[in-house]
Ligand binder design. Structure first.
Ligand code: G1P
Ligand code: ZN
Length: 542
């Protein structure tokens, strides 16, 4: 039954910030998926008879890739595969299933917020037994293996019926097709005060949740509408589509523009939220107010104790380096640890496992906690709902009071997408060369206090990650960070993160871009963005 197939390696299977992401036609090359999956199996040991969780965000090519992965898991000796019905599992739900079933690991098929379809993006990510993304050491081993791989193992079998919940055999391996929502919904009920949120909706509270035709649709319908009693239609675009209806399933102010416009209009409901392709990101908008993900992290951390799952308080807070320092002020006031990690969720795993942090977040619309080992979009939405119910206040009121207490970190990210890869590399190299000469220089009102290339030493395992982004720190707490994206699939994307701290409550009503204008001008002068990229404006501002 098992066949060993000869293959030749590809040289581009290097996992990025979050797994291997490429265009669908790249994945469709001969043995491309097989090579990568076998490279994963060859880089881990001890899984004979163990469980593997498999699921994806439902995008184009999801089902084919899942069939390949299941056949290879059977041939390589796994004892059981747990797969979501229809091949669907949100990333946080997959993380939970790995943990709950004490699985050896999981394979998540997703390119997150990137567009899908025959010419769109696809991705494969491996998660380890704690439910979190493979750490760098492992992704490097997978890449090294992929460069020399010469055979893979599979079984010859007909496709597994993914649409019927139940149990069947594939070779000697059991396949359990499960309801993708049930376990996750149960976990959410254990963390949050569903009674209080139900009462909120029963009292006329209105919400719009945009699932962006991606994986969270079925989760949102079950949890928000069925279990919490929100009116039918609260979850919009709730049917997952292979091409996300032709949109980018990216919950930001550009791609979730309809939701933003609704929330700023006179008809706005009380609360607006959205999630991305695979359900790990979140967008939070109150009536008349967009909450930046960095602020959302800080506000959730400051109020988390209002939810039963966090009533004991937080052990610590972790944020990625480019995320604003708003959460730092909450940690400081509470006397708990604050951890600053490189971009990417994989760096939070050790901190959560070691009990150093309870809540984590990234400026890129990712927030989560130690309930799983991935960021979790609906979790953030439910924690907000729990806080709104417990405090009986609007998002606007909660934000204003928060800023009055802690000060406000004005924040924006400017992305220059699909720029020339060589030019992007040269821009970063030139910045790195400039680092020693920057301290002491002035750019308008801004005086550079320090500048470095961020390096992180994991406090748990001592591993060091270098070259994680250039930081320019100004007197008074303002900051610019430059880094290149590790998730794009064409050209390079330069990300410029701008942050300005304002302690004075009288100055909290400013428009963000205006509050950041001095920093924007300084970023241009320091990095020569327009000359080097040929762009005079960012493609996306979030
Ligand atoms: C982006 C985000 C990062 C996030 C990752 C995966 O990575 O910036 O915070 O963890 O997507 O969702 P980047 O493209 O910047 O490497
Ligand atoms: Zn995602």
């Amino acid at each position: 039954m098992i066949s060993i197939v000869e293959t030749t390696p590809y040289d581009d299977q290097k996992p990025g910030t979050s797994g291997l992401r490429k265009k669908v036609p790249v994945f469709r090359q001969k043995n491309y998926v097989e090579n990568f999956i076998q490279s994963i199996f060859d880089s881990v040991a001890g899984f004979r008879g163990e469980t593997l969780v498999i699921g994806g965000d439902g995008r184009y090519f999801n089902r084919e890739a899942i069939q390949i992965a299941m056949r290879m898991a059977a041939a390589n000796g796994f004892g059981r595969v747990i797969v979501g019905q229809g091949g669907i599992l949100s990333t946080p739900a997959a993380s939970h299933l790995i943990r709950k079933n004490r699985a050896f690991g999981g394979i998540i098929l997703s390119a997150s917020h990137n567009p899908g379809g025959p010419e769109g993006d696809f991705g494969i990510k491996y998660n380890i037994g704690n439910g979190g993304p493979a750490p760098e050491k492992l992704t490097e081993a997978i890449y090294a293996r992929s460069r020399v791989i010469d055979r893979y193992a599979t079984v010859r079998a007909v496709d597994v019926d993914l649409d019927t919940v139940g149990q069947l055999m594939l070779g000697d391996m059991t396949v359990e097709v499960i309801d993708p929502v049930a376990d996750y919904a149960e976990l959410m009920e254990a963390l949050f005060d569903f009674g209080a949120i139900r009462a909120l909706f029963a009292g006329g509270f209105r919400m719009a949740f945009d699932a962006m035709h991606a994986v969270t649709g079925p989760y949102a319908v079950e949890i928000l509408e069925r279990r919490l009693g929100a009116p039918a239609g609260t979850a919009r675009n709730a049917v997952p589509l292979e091409d996300f209806g032709g949109h980018h399933p990216d919950p930001n102010l550009v791609h979730a523009r309809d939701l933003y416009d609704l929330m700023m209009s006179p008809e706005a409901p009380d609360f607006g939220a959205a999630s991305d392709g695979d359900g790990d990101r979140n967008l939070i908008i109150g009536r008349g107010i967009f909450v930046t993900p960095s602020d959302s992290l800080a506000m959730l951390a400051a109020n988390a104790h209002l939810a039963p799952g966090y009533a004991q308080g937080l052990k610590g807070i972790a944020r990625s380096m480019p995320t604003s320092g708003a959460a730092d002020r909450v940690a400081q006031k509470r006397g708990i640890g604050l951890y600053e990690t490189p971009t990417g969720w994989k760096f939070f795993g050790n901190l959560l496992d070691a009990g150093l942090a309870t809540i984590c977040g990234e400026e890129s619309a990712g927030t989560g906690s130690d309930h799983v080992r991935e960021k979790d979009g609906l979790w953030a939405v439910l924690l907000w709902l729990n806080i709104l119910a417990a405090r009986g206040a609007s998002v606007m009121e909660i934000a204003r009071r928060h800023w009055a207490e802690y000060g406000r970190n004005y924040y924006a990210r400017h992305d220059y997408e699909d720029i020339d890869t060589a030019a992007a590399g040269e821009l970063m190299a030139a910045l790195r060369q400039k680092l020693p000469s920057l301290p002491g220089q002035r750019f308008g009102d801004l005086a550079v206090e320090a500048a470095d290339d961020f390096a992180y030493r994991d406090p748990v395992d001592g591993s060091v990650s270098e070259g994680q982004g250039v930081r320019v720190l100004f007197a008074g707490g303002s900051r610019i960070v430059f880094r290149l994206s590790g998730t794009g699939t064409s050209g390079a994307t330069l990300r410029v993160y701008l942050e300005c701290y304002e302690p004075d409550a009288a100055r909290h009503g400013r428009e963000t871009q205006e509050a950041l204008s001095g920093l924007i001008a300084a970023a241009e002068r320091i990095a020569e963005i327009s000359r080097r990229t040929g762009r005079d404006a960012p493609s996306v501002v979030t």
